[in-house]
Design a protein around this ligand. Sequence first.
Ligand code: PLP
Length: 360
Amino acid sequence: MERIYNFSPGPATLPTSVLERARDELLNWRGTGMSVMEVSHRGKEFIALAERSVDALRELLGIPDNYRVLFLQGGATMQFAAVPLNLAGPNDTADYVTTGNWGVKAVGEARRYLHANEAATGRDGNFTSIPDPATWRVSDDARYLHLVSNETVVGVEFHETPDVSDAPIIADMSSTLLSRPVDVDCYGVIYAGAQKNVGPPGVTVVIVREDLLGQARPETPTVVNYRAMADTDSMSNTPPTFTWYVAGLVLEWVRAQGGLDAMAERNHRKASKLYAAIDGSDFFDNPVDPACRSWMNIPFTLADTNLDALFLKQSAEAGLANLKGHRLVGGMRASIYNALPEAGVDALIEFMSDFEARHG
Ligand SMILES: *Cc1c(COP(=O)(O)O)cnc(C)c1O
């Protein structure tokens, strides 16, 4: 069977060449006579792999020397708790900007640990736009400002880093990391679950500024304590070795594609043509403010929702998988991460235009 175009929001499509390489090396990794899953994480081969992947991420993102790169577990959801535990005490305040359901989840979790102030929200407009940063009600004493750089469900993305608070910005970049360059030094902490652009689920990239290490509450679990994990090169306990290995292959693949400038150019082109197809039709609609439309996740609805099931059935038959929208917003969603080829976007646009001609 041929590989299809997989528009899944996550776990998401991986580059075919990465999967082929993992297959080829599966039984005998780097001449060890074992798979990478079977070797010690303390052995020199795996330590070298870990170092190479951290170096590759540093190079791709241009991460300054005063930041540490951690590979943790527990997903982005674990970071919703790890951030307040590492950066603030129970009586402290932190600002949260909610531009979609992930931001809402993050502030909900944070409320268990500190005073979380919702400084701005897109809720009133059904999360179809980002409130103007000039209107955000930030706290004078906030320990940090948390935002979600790309909201995976509603398809809203910050295209610039807001500059409204003296507090460090903590960003959930789960569905945008590696899709474009980032000014890392605008942030205190950047985190991302791997299963969108970085690799398979199981690893969470955390990039933390060194001055924010060492402030964790005593009760913080060691495996999410930034200081403890930085001091052990993310190996206080057994890391998810296979995921880490595949993430390393993805980082090499991104480098071979020309790095993040090249990824950004391609991702912008892919998103622009899909938005143009949606906007150019009366049959399809995307409600998001064009100023903050996501390059990665593009929700759209059909003029006649009775046709949703047929659209999904026929698109799947045409080799375009996982286009069903999130249950919160309905309709369709095309997630077009780095590894979703431009030809897949072209095929989707062609299918949409054909479907409209038949049913519009
Ligand atoms: C997928 C996603 C999450 C959840 O990640 P888990 O690894 O499942 O915890 C959080 N935030 C954003 C922006 C996401 O896209």
